[in-house]
Design a binder for this molecule. Structure first.
Ligand SMILES: CNc1nc2cc3c(=O)[nH]c(N)nc3c(CCO)c2[nH]1
Ligand SMILES: [Zn+2]
Length: 373
């Protein structure tokens, strides 16, 4: 019987690793970037287009889907993969982070969190047990523990108290998840930027035992320097033979820096969200296509990019459709950004496998510094 869920390390280069996570719905090449499909869609993209950019796995959200159309309805309709026509792996976040960032009238207790829907004001409750049930109903392949992610900056007492609550919730999540071959449960390390709390959290998670381990509690306003400072020690505390997932990251240089510090998986709304606002990420830096200087420019966004936007359209055209608020504008730029993010991931996988990751990083940063964008 094929192994139902396992992480096969192929090569390392310094702290960076490259490998493959085998799942019943297909393999995930690491380091991996997960496009965010919050409400059962990667906004402005057909699923086959998302696949064409090179994505092996998508992220879905417990919070959004429990409110609309509800997990029970998706279950009755055959589960999230069928519902959104994406048959490859899906990782779902557990809802706590989105409650704190989106919902109203929240009440946090040891049991869980109650809140008012940002959609219609109805009241809801999320607990570790309910989050596990929702993610089971959705049919996601990688389930995240229900946790609490404190906003930074926060004092040490607050961070310790929040981390310890999350570790008790991790225990309850593991208990409620049960034994589900072919489905993985990932624990989430908390502890802010504090080395001792990160250590305590890692020890607690390892004692429970998970199929993968996320570094949570970052990309919440601490800035890249502080985040990298934490990533200089936090991932090393997690089991080296399991996938390490940095939640919510990030800009291209955040992603490269995280992989260099031992991270295997990441997710971020940036490429899709900024694609819809006209912000394009290229190897030379960021291009704001709505800027008037592009209105007569016949060149593609990025001469070296093979995506549909760069292969078939000029900057002048992209500028026009954004200025006219045409639907194709967000489609083309989202496709380009996701394609570019996957190109970065593919480049890193190859470089790590070849032992040339240092040189690859130098080229990545040097190219970004030059060039007329
Ligand atoms: C954009 N920054 C960010 N930091 C995060 C931190 C966390 C976290 O600590 N826990 C959970 N469950 N999710 C998180 C998420 C949502 C991931 O898309 C985060 N997203
Ligand atoms: Zn492109």
């Amino acid at each position: 019987m094929a192994t139902l869920f396992n992480f096969e390390m192929k090569a390392t280069d310094g702290k960076a690793r490259t490998g493959v996570i085998q799942t019943p719905r297909g393999e995930i090449r690491t380091p991996a970037f997960m496009p965010v499909g919050t409400a059962a869609t990667v906004k402005a993209m057909m699923p086959e287009s998302v696949r064409a950019t090179g994505a092996d796995i998508l992220l879905g959200n417990t919070y959004h889907l429990m409110l609309r159309p509800t997990a029970e309805r998706i279950d009755r309709l055959g589960g999230l993969h069928k519902f959104m026509n994406w048959e490859r792996p899906i990782l779902t976040d557990s809802g706590g982070f989105q409650v704190m960032s989106l919902a109203g009238l929240r009440k946090l207790t040891e049991k869980g969190v109650t809140f008012k829907s940002h959609i219609d004001g109805s009241r809801h409750e999320l607990t570790p047990e309910r989050s596990m049930e929702i993610q089971r109903l959705l049919g996601s392949d990688i389930v995240m523990c229900f946790d609490e992610c404190p906003a930074l900056p926060a004092d040490r007492d607050r961070i310790a108290e929040s981390m310890r609550l999350s570790m008790r919730w991790a225990e309850r999540s593991r208990e409620a998840f049960g034994d589900r071959p072919g489905h993985a449960l990932f624990g989430i390390q908390q502890g802010g930027l504090e080395r001792d709390f990160r250590e305590e959290s890692a020890e607690a998670l390892k004692a429970i035992g998970f199929d993968g381990y996320a570094v949570g509690g970052l990309a919440v306003g601490e800035g890249q320097e502080a985040m990298f400072g934490c990533l200089d020690f936090a991932p090393d505390m997690l089991p080296e033979d399991k996938p390490r997932y940095l939640m919510g990251v990030g800009k291209p240089d955040d992603i490269v820096g995280a992989v260099a510090r031992g991270i295997d998986m990441m997710d971020c709304v940036l490429p899709s969200r900024s694609g819809r606002t006209g912000q394009a990420f290229t190897r030379y830096g960021v291009v704001n296509i709505k800027n008037a200087r592009h209105q007569d420019d016949p060149r593609p966004l990025d001469e070296q990019c093979s995506c549909p936007a760069c292969s078939n359209y000029s900057r002048a055209y992209l500028h026009h459709v954004f200025r006219s608020n045409e639907m194709i504008s967000g489609m083309l730029l989202t496709w380009h950004n996701l394609h570019y993010f996957q190109e970065i991931m593919g480049g890193m996988r190859e470089a790590i496998a070849a032992g040339t990751f240092e040189a690859w990083q130098k080229d990545f940063h040097d190219t970004r510094a030059q060039g007329d964008i």
